[in-house]
Design a protein around this ligand. Structure first.
Ligand SMILES: Cc1cc2nc3c(=O)[nH]c(=O)nc-3n(C[C@H](O)[C@H](O)[C@H](O)COP(=O)(O)OP(=O)(O)OC[C@H]3O[C@@H](n4cnc5c(N)ncnc54)[C@H](O)[C@@H]3O)c2cc1C
Length: 631
């Protein structure tokens, strides 16, 4: 077996991930751990300053309720999320985040994040819930506060560039995690009394539009690979909304954000014939139950109307940047100097929007001679992603807060500790917890804080170190490092190390996964459409892929990480396919369409579709859970 040093770490609370929810968890856990004399350990596969979805920065904070201004209520936010998710949402979880998120945003400002202000000193809103920021260094600022909280108080320690693979269990209780360094030959065992799985969502499960020289460019930064879903599934936790993927419509090929264009610049999107799908296709909304009549129109339905144009051959769809900019500057048209000044200001805002969070879009504009004030740009629906904190909803099924439960909900939504999964001591937040969409960067941070406080309470009330079987650990070490051993054993069997009858390299494995998901599970090539026969075929191919996962090979530590990233993606894929198969209706056209069940079925399917993998038997169980209205 490959020679890897064993590093064993014992801690009270183990935080897995270093993204927005983990940074929130670190700040909160440090505060409580200091009072209770507990130790907190945070582990990230990357460097916290630039890890996770916010790595490149963001140009807006997407969740700010503004309770102190009295303009919005928690109910308003819950209504918005419920409608956007076509009725499928856990209101207790959404409300719990909504009532805490403003304080997270105020902390950001205290830590130095520049939030735009108007002349009266009020926050500049991009939309009702969104605040504009100078967010290039957003993640650096939030990570610094987390690091200070853990390291300066002396309660914590941080391991960066350690990739977490598997959960450790003590019967039905979580006992820690194992992983490896992506820089040194070290195998890590973390033993803990409670564990927080905060390792983001998943990208590159489906074939991306960007291939060849563009491979790796995706809307969702490529480093979140389904580790949260894998970790919770393998621990035996119940999962929810695994069918709900997110398809963002973004500037084509570099995936630049459209929010500022639609909301701030009030731009229109038109098709090749100049038609406006949001106007011309409006009657189609009537087919989607009460959700087609709400405002704002749910994201998937807006997608769907544009997709109908593309399917009819009316593409491409254009964001009319030139028209929007001209319109905004028009009020200054009688004053040449003021007009020029306004145009300059709008032009720089347009570029800054990309430079703050999707630099590659600015590069693409520059490289292809696009001047947004002169020429419109194409927008397109991206491949599917799993991001439960954004407009998706997939994640673990977690307990809600006690005080928001009603007589109806308390048996279904509450089991002792806020944000604890159905596995004892395993907590989830951000992309890792399901059925509570639209928390975004700020809400994920707030949810990390909520979950960390509950996890500390769990530790105080269950203050024993779980047992970890040494034989199991040895077995896990051998499994984790097997790709290195396999490569060493067979690398000389062929002249090209990429092609070998005895193993498969992670990149080829990823291509195979992406192809099958694309073709059978409703990817871009299949126009986001699938049906029972396709999904069953996908499961068949996934089973074969799972067999071949045993033959993944790695020539170095980086490839070892790639092997496990792709195994994690494969599990996310399987949970997704099984749940789409289980939910016999089309509820989110524009995210996916089941051609054999083309209608929404409010009577039968206004429920959560949940699934669970049994690590002891290897069986999957599918079940429904009721949707309760609280607000
Ligand atoms: C393209 C894009 C645009 C967005 N735009 C906005 C916006 O404008 N405004 C807004 O408010 N929100 C926005 N969001 C949403 C926001 O980024 C997420 O809601 C938030 O980052 C989720 O937090 P998280 O902690 O769940 O995941 P992340 O912040 O993504 O963190 C995941 C962490 O897990 C680590 N990790 C992953 N796998 C492993 C492993 N195996 N072992 C160890 N560590 C691991 C990663 O390195 C990372 O530190 C956007 C998201 C995307 C993808």
């Amino acid at each position: 077996m490959a020679n890897f040093e064993n590093v064993v770490v014992e801690t009270d609370l183990l935080i897995l991930g270093g993204g927005m929810s983990a940074c929130g968890a670190a700040v909160e856990a440090a505060y409580w751990a200091k009072q209770k004399g507990l130790k907190v350990t945070l582990v990230d596969k990357a460097a916290m300053d630039r890890s996770g979805a916010v790595a490149m920065g963001l140009s807006a904070i997407n969740q700010y309720v503004g309770l102190k201004d009295g303009k919005n209520s928690i109910k308003d936010y819950v209504d918005y999320v419920r409608n956007d998710l076509m009725g499928v949402t856990r209101e207790d979880l959404v409300a719990n985040i909504a009532r805490h998120v403003d304080s997270t945003v105020h902390l950001y400002e205290k830590w130095g994040l520049p939030i735009w202000k108007d002349e009266e000193g009020n926050y500049v809103h991009e939309g009702r819930w969104q605040l504009m920021i100078n967010g290039e260094s957003y993640k650096v600022i939030v990570a610094e506060a987390a690091k200070n909280a853990l390291l300066q108080t002396g309660v914590g320690e941080i391991y960066e560039r350690v990739f977490i693979v598997e959960p450790l269990m003590d019967g039905d209780r979580i006992a820690g995690a194992v992983g490896f360094s992506v820089r040194e030959n070290k195998f890590y065992t973390f033993k803990a009394k409670a564990v927080m799985s905060l390792m983001g969502g998943a990208v590159h499960v489906f074939k991306p539009r960007s291939t060849g020289e563009g491979l790796g460019r995706a809307w969702y930064p490529p480093w979140n690979s389904g580790s949260s879903a894998y970790f919770t599934l393998k621990a035996g936790a119940e999962m929810t909304c695994q069918e709900v993927r997110f398809i963002p419509v973004r500037f084509k090929d570099a995936y630049g954000p459209v929010g500022a264009w639609f909301l701030l610049f009030k731009s229109r999107a038109t098709n090749a014939m100049g038609g406006e799908y949001m106007v011309e296709r409006r009657p189609e909304l009537e087919n989607w139950g009460p959700y087609g009549r709400v405002k704002p129109i749910p994201a998937n339905l807006r997608n769907y109307l544009g997709m109908l144009d593309v399917m009819e051959g009316k593409g491409p769809i254009f964001m009319r940047t030139e028209e929007a900019i001209q319109k905004l500057a028009e009020q200054y048209k009688d004053d040449e100097k003021a007009y020029k000044k306004k145009m300059k200001e709008l032009e720089s805002e347009a570029w800054e929007d990309f430079l703050d969070m999707t630099i590659s879009q600015a590069i693409l504009w520059a490289a292809s001679n696009v001047q947004p004030e002169e020429r419109s740009s194409e927008i397109a629906a991206a491949e599917p992603y799993f991001i439960g904190s954004h407009s998706g909803a997939s994640g673990a099924w977690v307990s809600g807060p006690e005080d928001l439960q009603t007589a109806d909900t308390k048996n279904d939504y509450f089991w002792g500790y806020a944000n604890m999964s159905t596995v004892k001591g395993l907590f989830c937040a951000g992309d890792a917890s399901g059925a509570s969409s639209h928390k975004f960067s700020s809400g994920s941070h707030a949810e990390g804080r909520i979950a960390a406080k509950a996890a500390i309470k769990f530790i105080v009330e269950n203050n024993t170190m779980p047992n970890v079987d040494q034989a199991k650990l040895d077995e896990l070490k051998a499994t984790l490092l097997k790709p290195i051993d396999l490569y060493e054993q067979y690398k000389n069997a062929t002249t090209d190390p990429e092609i070998n009858p005895n193993y498969i390299k992670p990149k080829m494995f990823m291509f195979r996964l992406q192809k099958l998901m694309d073709e059978y599970a409703g990817g871009v090539s299949a126009q986001f459409t699938t049906n029972k026969a396709c999904l069953e075929r996908a499961l068949e191919l996934l089973a074969m892929l799972r067999e071949d996962a045993e033959k993944l090979a790695a020539s170095n530590l980086h490839e070892l990480m790639r092997c496990w990233e792709n195994t994690h993606r494969m599990w996310q894929a399987e949970a997704h396919v099984r749940t789409m198969l289980f939910r016999e209706e089309t509820r989110w056209p524009g995210y996916y369409f089941r051609s054999d069940k083309p209608k929404i079925d409010e009577e039968k399917w206004t429920v959560f579709a949940n699934c669970k993998f049994d690590p002891n038997t290897g069986n999957w169980e599918m079940m429904t859970r009721p949707i309760h209205r609280i607000f």
